[in-house]
Write a protein that binds this ligand. Structure first.
Ligand SMILES: *[C@@H]1O[C@H](CO)[C@@H](O)[C@H](O)[C@H]1NC(C)=O
Ligand SMILES: *[C@@H]1O[C@H](CO)[C@@H](O)[C@H](O)[C@H]1NC(C)=O
Ligand SMILES: *[C@@H]1O[C@H](CO)[C@@H](O)[C@H](O)[C@H]1NC(C)=O
Ligand SMILES: [Ca+2]
Length: 497
């Protein structure tokens, strides 16, 4: 009897203590929340907010700099950045990060591009980025988040219904999905119209419409490959053609749009956000480039180098070292004599398509990179990442931009593109652009990586921003063995970024 009472009393104490701790944690959390909100409220430098969503915990990200709000670009935007945003705003965490103007196009100038957060940052402005206002982004590249709703002590948890997180399915086999293009100047372009058996023709919601979906439409219609994917009313908007399908999401290799995922058409769910006039549209073309990673070079050339930071000032300006290096630069007066351990390798991209690969940006918009003395025509051309055996990213190279040129061509194919002297940039059919291991930034900084077995992933055109025939050959996934004195890369295979 006593024992039971004792036990109960113990339990009560314990429960009370836990509750007390929970309440204290919650209170602290709420105070932090209030502090961060007040930062937004009082328009302090570095404040962030979400715009364009249906609830306070979702939207495109905007950041305050010089008393002006600005957008954030989706180049290199992923879960690590989204997590910082959600936590900075006091939400419980990130449900999903969004890109391609998921919550509508950017309405303000871009303040931040190529953000890179390590995960410990408390605010977005503590992460690495190109510098205030430096970007190469179109309005359709706005970055956003959907956070978990806030911890709310007063109100019961919000019962939220988030249309964008509705389950998605392929078109049910009992229905047939017909597809056509309408409103274009040529048969090969227009808004995408669909008809489910028994219903009328309608358009597709613009939200999230990208080259992956557009490629499937062109393939299904025997019109070749997507040259452009638009979210637009240029070929007639939602007034002309009401959306009949939403949430469309293709992997890229589907033969028909019906095989891609969509919101549940059997339940009649059509959920559009962003600009409600805009619908999905494409331009198809039989000619298209197709870059392929040449992994043979990677396996042959991978090796380690310990490089003094003294020799890495350009690389540091271009974000080619891990964040720890910047900390050392700030905190250690003799930082120049410290070294970084680099995994270096040669990588090459071959154009095996039937059209030249050209940068998205016009020459006039290229950025001059003082350090490396050439123009960068494409901000995110390649990514180099290292994952552990559980699939967690443990190191990443920041070699985001390149100057594109014909380094080697098959016999009989003349070289056309050349970076020197403000030359035209691109990769011709049957030519390859080679990035030799001795180039600056052609590495992953692995100084903090413990010895072990890892996966090295090298991807080109990783965000699908330039049209290609296929993206299934744009990445090489390789085994990496690292023993502190040497590194070996082998068993590479082609994959999607
Ligand atoms: C679309 O319809 C809305 C409401 O009926 C109208 O205000 C708008 O002007 C229309 N837009 C176009 C492009 O026709
Ligand atoms: C597309 O690729 C994925 C991943 O490689 C594969 O699982 C799927 O079966 C492919 N689908 C088609 C239609 O080929
Ligand atoms: C590229 O090479 C392939 C295979 O060698 C050949 O069939 C094709 O005609 C070449 N294309 C051009 C434009 O050189
Ligand atoms: Ca490709």
């Amino acid at each position: 009897m006593w024992r039971y009472l004792l036990l109960i009393s113990c339990c009560c104490h314990l429960a009370a203590a836990v509750l007390h701790q929970t309440l204290q944690d919650a209170r602290q959390e709420q105070q932090q929340l209030v502090r961060r909100y007040s930062k937004t409220l009082h328009k302090e430098e570095g404040a962030i907010r979400l715009v364009g969503g249906d609830a306070e915990y979702e939207g495109n990200v905007e950041v305050l700099h010089n008393h002006k709000w600005g957008a954030v670009c989706d180049d290199e935007w992923d879960a690590s950045e989204g997590e910082i945003v959600c936590r900075q705003l006091g939400f419980l965490g990130l449900r999903r990060y969004t890109h391609s103007g998921y919550f509508g196009p950017a309405k303000r100038r871009y303040w931040m591009d190529n953000l890179y957060c390590e995960g410990h940052e408390l605010e977005l402005t503590q992460c690495h980025f190109e510098g205030w206002g430096i970007n190469d982004c179109e309005p359709s590249e706005a970055a956003g988040v959907i956070c978990y709703p806030p911890a709310d002590l007063v109100r019961p948890p919000i019962a939220y219904s988030d249309a964008r997180l509705l389950p998605k399915y392929p078109i049910h086999p009992s229905s047939r999905l017909y597809v056509r293009l309408a409103g274009g100047r040529y048969a090969s372009e227009g808004r995408v119209e669909v008809r489910l058996n028994g219903q009328r023709w309608g358009s597709i919601c613009a939200d999230g419409w990208s080259l992956l979906e557009a490629n499937v439409v062109c393939r299904q219609l025997d019109l070749g490959y997507a040259r452009e994917a638009f979210q637009t009313d240029y070929f007639g908007g939602a007034n002309v053609s009401r959306p009949m399908l939403s949430g469309s999401e293709c992997y890229g290799n589907e033969t028909e749009l019906a095989d891609c995922l969509h919101h549940d058409h059997l339940q009649g769910i059509v959920s559009c956000h962003g600009n409600r006039q805009h619908v999905a549209a494409v331009i198809c073309d039989y000619r298209s480039p197709d870059l392929v990673v040449d992994f043979y070079e990677i396996e042959q050339t991978a090796h380690l180098e310990d490089r003094p930071m003294l020799l890495m000032q350009c690389a540091m300006e271009e974000n080619c070292v891990s964040n720890e290096a910047y900390q050392i630069q700030r905190d250690d007066p003799s930082w120049r004599y410290q070294t970084r351990r680099l995994l270096k390798f040669t990588a090459a991209a071959i154009n095996a398509g039937n059209a030249d690969f050209r940068p998205i940006k016009d020459k006039s918009q290229w950025e001059w990179h003082m350090c490396h003395m050439h123009y960068h025509s494409m901000e995110v051309f390649a990514t180099f990442d290292i994952y552990d055996q559980q699939g967690r990213k443990v190191a990443q190279g920041h070699k985001a931009s390149f100057c594109l040129e014909d380094s080697n061509c098959l016999p009989g194919v003349p070289k056309k593109y050349n970076c020197a002297n403000y030359g035209d940039q691109g990769i011709s059919v049957n030519c390859s652009d080679v990035y030799l291991y001795n180039l600056d930034c052609q590495w992953v900084d692995i100084t903090e990586l413990p010895a072990g077995s890892y996966i090295l992933k090298i991807a080109i055109n990783p965000e699908f921003k330039v049209a290609e025939m296929s993206y299934d050959n744009n990445a090489a996934i390789c085994d990496l063995f690292y023993s502190e004195s040497y590194a070996r890369v082998d068993n590479c295979r082609l994959s999607r970024p």
